[in-house]
Design a protein around this ligand. Structure first.
Ligand SMILES: [Fe+2]
Ligand SMILES: [Fe+2]
Length: 227
């Protein structure tokens, strides 16, 4: 399990949020939309917000911890909305003001949408998009595929246009752009690598000469990954 992110000590409410999130994700027991993923996003959210919007740092960490909890309590398609329901239900009891509850709930509701109406929402979007970047992002795609039982052809159909759209939208913050570069290699920036990987897989599927495992190997070599 990941280390606790730094700003946890500064805001004791985050201990309650972390415990709640951990319990909900554990019940869901998902391959991709789980506590480890939320912790990864929370660490990136802390890193971004401490530079870009320090006064919102602990709020963005709380939003990141909660953002996918909805996937453990209902249909995946409703998960952003259901995560918001959980925030609105529990956070007033943890000491969050109505204003803070509103910011965090809107952020988790909007995390998988294209419009983000406050800075908590924009930083959460950046953190969750970074999770899809580079080699780490390709591994996350495979976990999502396992969670939904998708064969490679379905993953490519789903991820290729989606990642292209994320790449074209870009990040809100300069700090996220910097982390994205760190997640890439000498050939590609982070999210650019994931896009190139899935476009190569699509090309190989159209050519139809290789088995799934070979396609994965060829696409990894194409984007400069060795294994
Ligand atoms: Fe999500
Ligand atoms: Fe997520």
């Amino acid at each position: 399990m990941s280390e606790r992110v730094t700003c946890f000590e500064e805001d004791p409410r985050l201990i309650k949020v972390d415990n709640l999130a951990y319990d909900i994700y554990r019940k869901g027991n998902h391959k991709a939309h789980n506590y480890d993923h939320a912790r990864w996003d929370a660490e990136r959210a802390a890193e971004i917000s401490m530079i870009e919007r320090p006064s919102f740092a602990t709020l963005t960490v709380a939003a990141a911890l909660m953002h996918d909890t909805g996937a453990s309590i209902g249909e995946y398609k409703d998960h952003g909305c259901n995560s918001g329901v959980l925030v609105r239900m529990h956070f007033p009891h943890f000491g969050y003001s109505p204003f803070e509850v509103g910011l965090i709930a809107r952020a988790v509701e909007q995390h998988n949408q294209w419009k983000h109406t406050n800075d908590v929402s924009r930083i959460l979007y950046d953190a969750d998009t970074l999770n899809k970047a580079g080699e780490h992002g390709i591994q996350q795609c495979n976990l999502v595929g396992e969670e939904f039982g998708l064969p490679l052809i379905r993953k490519a159909e789903r991820f290729s246009p989606y990642f292209r759209k994320l790449f074209e939208k870009g990040y809100y913050t300069d700090k996220a752009k910097e982390i994205d570069l760190r997640m890439g290699n000498e050939r590609f920036a982070g999210l650019e690598m994931t896009v190139a990987f899935w476009e190569k897989i699509n090309q190989l599927i159209r050519e139809g000469t290789l088995q799934e495992e070979e396609m994965m190997k060829v696409a990894k070599i194409e984007v400069g990954l060795t294994q």
